[in-house]
Design a protein around this ligand. Structure first.
Ligand code: SAM
Length: 236
């Protein structure tokens, strides 16, 4: 594969474009198969690798800075990976651990940050609905490549399997981690409008994270982080 193929790879369903050191690092660390890796500064990349990820082997082809900027204006390293095979959504829902459901997230950086914290907190998977592809390169950059650490699915419509769906909703009942089940489908709404009535109708309960007076809501990814870590710390 050549650097010129990266543009086509962005539109190829079985491929994933990784931009930046952390995305490439996590893809490699979690078993990603890289088909090509390019940098304009191999020495600087090697310094980063030695400092931040001596556990990974990273070999990048040298390309001219202009060529790299044309395919990715800011990244120091760009790679194309095969999109990893993962268990289907029903298998994830049938398994252990909490699953995060993002209803129509709009901002790819938020989406990626939610995947990142889900991976860090040990969630069983992330599912999204709506217009955005959760494997978009900007979401991968936001997750620092941690899409490779857990199943990330894009669903046409929400599915719950046999799980209890718990809606995170600023207008819900107070969030009490110890009173909640061990394996939930935790639903979070879109940035501006929150959860739809259709999704709220699927929920067995609606819970709210506490906020100081006058604050309307948390940022989506922040709400995912606060929820998963409150559960993790309570259930540890
Ligand atoms: C930016 S908020 C959406 C705000 C929207 N105006 C609302 O009232 O839901 C995005 C999502 O984060 C979650 N969220 C934000 N703050 C929350 C809180 N204090 N308690 C529970 N969920 C919260 C909800 O799932 C919400 O749909």
């Amino acid at each position: 594969m050549e650097l010129a193929d990266v543009t086509r790879a962005r539109r190829t369903p079985g491929l994933v474009v990784l931009e930046g050191f952390h995305a490439v690092k996590h893809a490699l660390r979690f078993g990603g198969e890289l088909l090509g890796t390019w940098t304009a500064d191999p020495a600087a990349l090697e310094v980063l690798r030695l400092r931040l990820a001596p556990d990974i082997a990273l070999a990048a082809q040298l390309v001219a800075p202009d060529e790299l900027r044309q395919v990715s204006p800011r990244a120091q390293v760009v790679a194309v990976a095969r999109r990893p095979a993962q268990p289907d959504a029903d298998t994830v829902l049938a398994g252990p651990g909490h699953v995060v459901l993002l209803e129509d997230p709009r901002h790819l950086g938020n989406l990626g940050a939610a995947v990142r914290v889900a991976a860090a907190a040990g969630a069983a998977g992330v599912m999204t609905t709506g217009r955005q592809d959760p494997w978009h390169p900007d979401a991968l950059r936001g997750s620092a490549g941690l899409h490779f650490a857990l199943p990330v699915h894009h669903l046409r419509a929400p599915r719950t399997g046999a799980r209890e769906l718990v809606a995170l909703d600023p207008a819900g009942e107070p969030f009490e981690p110890n009173a909640l089940p061990q394996r939930m489908l935790l639903a979070f709404g879109t940035e501006r409008d929150g959860l739809t009535d259709e999704l709220l109708a699927l929920a067995s309960r609606r819970v709210a994270l506490p906020m100081a007076a006058g604050v309307s809501s948390l940022n989506l990814a922040t709400a995912v982080a606060a929820t998963l870590y409150a559960l993790k710390l309570a259930q540890a």
